[in-house]
Design a protein around this ligand. Sequence first.
Ligand code: BDR
Ligand code: CA
Length: 388
Amino acid sequence: MSFSPVPVWLDCDPGHDDAFAIALAVKSLELKVLGVSIIHGNDTVAHCALNAKRFMWACGIQGVSVFPGVSRPLVRDAKYCPEIHGVHGKDGVAGMCGFNFPDEEIFADQTNLPSVQNGVLKMVEIVSTYPEKVTIVATGAQTNLAMAIRLFPTVKDNISKIVFMGGAIGLGNTGVAAEFNMEIDPEAAHVVFHSGIPLVMVPLEVTHSVLVTPEVLATIARIDAFSPSSFEEKTCNIGQDLGKRLQIECDEIYKRIKDINNKELTDGEESNLKIPECSSNFAKCCVELLTFFRSTYKNVFSFDSPPLHDPCAVFYCINPQSFKTVNVFLDVELSGEKCTGRTLCDLHGLSKKEPNATVCYSLDVDKFWEKMFSCLKISNEKSPLNKK
Ligand code: BDR
Ligand code: CA
């Protein structure tokens, strides 16, 4: 049977979870990554571009270029998210917290530096001229996409769909109502949502089911020994219907309110977070990156294990059958006094508008992790970190 990979363009803001999204995309045979553009978000564009290259180097990825894009939202001031995602080092130096990448070695090789070409222009050039329609995977603010659509509207003709991590059916994460990627540039999301390009939204309801549990960490710590059958069902399983998913969201919120007076983890609790022994330097890198924001999610959101958001959008391109979806009219609030950036999924057709988006509401989490582990295993075999 002949098999042709889906051509994809990644637009992201690494960010720990974006970094794992890049690895999942590049290492999956089902996809062909044409390039990576970087957007402001978790940190500045410049820092996010370096982070992308750091983790790509660690995964042994070569020949995929990284193009820094727009440095601020269309209308608003830039807003970064280091407190949640820990992209800055404690000393203010860029780098993904949790692991010390050997920057001198990585960037001594000029080919590991981000490109000097602009991310929006490069995305438009490559997507427009590719012989097939291209899927865009967006895991950050949508400013690059909005600029591309506004400046070069004909690029839309060669985009098959935009699959994005962002928004929520219910409530947000960095704002009460809004999810971070939408909150920081709602005007850009508005341009994208009203562009006529088919949309697939992978919202918080889905990504909050993909948790970096102790079992997940233990598997990654011994990634060399991973084989699909060795990962038993241990994660929060899904296949839940939308109502149940939303109920879980509500439970999380109530739990958070209950814990509000008891916010900080004590030293004892911190040291109870068992970091597993790792069988390779690459495994250690992954485990350390994935555990770095664990206490933040515990303190702020009352999650025992933190979610891994962005690779879920990549996984949709690999295995859409693993998701449950609903087609709705999707919009984003721009001028609300308190809800700016909130995504609105018209589940009941009240707006009487034609659906413009496929919204995912659940995911087969085990299938996701199996694929993620396979890609990390391949990366582990190639990683220059293991040559040390
Ligand atoms: C999103 O916010 C970003 O900080 C993450 O990388 C992810 O894309 C989750 O709300
Ligand atoms: Ca992101």
